[in-house]
Design a protein around this ligand. Structure first.
Ligand code: SAM
Length: 460
């Protein structure tokens, strides 16, 4: 990677925890850290995923592991089954931040700057199952990627939206928890993204800082009094970190929530210049992870009465619901919604929120699409196959790794002894998608836009 510009390192001098020599050394070193987080509703043992690698827990998260080397995730069927998410280790500290600032009760949570979905999958994985998560991304193409990653994650209590932060003012005092993982100048990721080194400038830091303020001001009305705001960046710049903390306290009276750290974590506590708000800095020469900053706040005041809205989404008519229920695990405990001839499965708490969310936001994906309804049957959707709510005991074919990769490339498959009709395609018990077995061939229903295009073979 290119040498770090002096203009950049000069801005870090004197910052809490900054040690120039080791910081420069770690940026010069070719060593890279790889970490993943398990989707624990699909898998609990990391050894099943990477038997040939050394795996070590990321200390501030449950289900997060460092891998001793980077496998080719593209050729790993478990990756496509959504059994894990590849996520930078420092940012997994969000789990600890949420645990220390909320009480474990069901929450309405917003991840405002959510693509590609690392924080959203983490939030979904740790909140109470009756919580509702709105994962939002303002850039359309990135919102599509976010939706794909949340499809793979498989939860039925998540809504993906494609809105500008200012649109959330239409949901006054609605969310109990808002995460703003803000777009930033990105210095924390220099090790991974050498191009970012060349693009770095102090002018851009200032632009990012102003944009961060705009985003926070826009979303502020949507947080309920008493609710928690978690702000994070992957920048070391004081203008994007400590100065934003002061700005939140000064302009919105936000109450800073300090966190407890363990000494062995080597995370550096920092305080803002004016109001001494506590935030947490992660330096790659001190933690096993990239550069990161996080701070937590509570909105002052007490909550008013929740917004009233007409309950009732377009529930699936009984006859159609009967076509869908056999495909669902615990279908009786879920809500079924009709949308453009499709059946959508949602958790009951999410279904309750849907009328309001549909009215105020641009929804890209809600819950899990069960499939398209025809007069006689449900044509099951890919979302259902990789979800946590697909019924057990449906016809399924267990594929070898070679077959699984053929399936994921959307190539032809030959399946011996498979039942006729819809079958789940599985790799070591993890669902990859659907295929329809006909008398003389197998139709591969893996979504074209998700298929593996990269040539090569697995090195796993
Ligand atoms: N939270 C994500 C994760 O963990 O995978 C990473 C988010 S990234 C740091 C910041 C996101 O903010 C990007 O997806 C970017 O498209 C989005 N963004 C860019 N400009 C924005 C704006 N003006 N308002 C809100 N979000 C913006």
């Amino acid at each position: 990677m290119p040498a770090l510009p002096k203009a950049f390192t000069d801005t870090l001098q004197g910052l809490p925890g900054f040690r120039e020599e080791t910081f420069l050394r770690v940026h010069e070193s070719p060593e890279r850290v790889t970490s993943i987080r398990l989707q624990r509703q699909k898998i609990t043992d990391v050894k099943e995923l990477f038997p040939q690698l050394e795996t070590t827990p990321v200390p501030w998260t449950s289900g997060g592991y460092y891998l001793s080397s980077r496998p080719s995730f593209t050729f790993d069927p478990y990756f496509h089954a959504g059994a894990y998410y590849v996520q930078e280790a420092s940012s997994m500290f969000l789990e600890e931040a949420i645990r220390q600032t909320t009480g474990g009760e069901p929450l309405k949570a917003l991840d405002l700057c959510a693509a590609p979905g690392g924080k959203s999958t983490l939030i979904q994985g740790i909140l109470h199952a009756d919580s509702v998560l709105v994962a939002n991304e303002v850039i359309k193409a990135r919102a599509a990627l976010l939706a794909d990653n949340l499809t793979k994650w498989g939860a039925a209590n998540v809504v993906v939206t494609n809105n500008d932060p200012r649109d959330f003012a239409r949901l006054p005092e609605y969310f109990d928890l808002v995460a703003v993982d803000a777009p930033c100048s990105g210095s924390g990721l220099f090790r991974r993204d050498p191009e970012a080194v060349e693009e770095w400038s102090q002018d851009n830091v200032m632009l990012c800082s102003q944009r961060q303020q705009r985003i926070l001001a826009d979303v502020f009305p949507a947080l309920r009094p008493g609710g928690v705001l978690i702000y994070s960046t992957c920048s070391y710049a004081v203008e994007e970190d400590e100065q934003i903390m002061d700005w939140l306290v000064e302009n919105f009276g936000m109450e800073n929530i300090p966190l407890q750290l363990r000494p062995g974590w080597h995370i550096v506590e920092t305080a803002s210049g004016q109001h001494h708000a506590k935030g947490y800095r992660f330096y790659p020469d001190q933690v096993k992870g990239e550069g990161f900053f996080i701070a937590c706040f509570r909105k002052p005041g007490t909550a008013g009465s929740p917004q009233k809205f007409k309950a009732g989404f377009s529930a699936l008519p009984k006859k159609e619901a009967e076509l869908v229920l056999p495909w669902l695990r615990n279908g009786a405990e879920m809500a079924l919604m009709a949308h453009n001839g499709e059946a959508i499965a949602l958790t009951l708490p999410l279904a309750k929120e849907m009328p309001l969310l549909q009215k105020q936001l641009y929804i890209r994906k809600a819950g899990v699409k069960a499939g398209q309804l025809t007069a006689k049957e449900l044509v099951p959707d890919h979302q259902l196959a990789v979800s946590n709510c697909v019924a057990e005991g449906l016809p399924a074919a267990e594929l070898s790794q070679e077959q699984a990769l053929r399936y994921l490339r959307k190539e032809d498959l030959a399946l011996e002894n498979a039942a006729k009709g819809w079958n789940l395609m599985r790799f070591n018990g993890k669902n990859l998608g659907w295929a329809k077995v006909l008398p003389n061939r197998v139709n591969n229903y893996y979504p074209k836009e998700l298929r593996i295009l990269k040539a090569g073979t697995p090195d796993l």
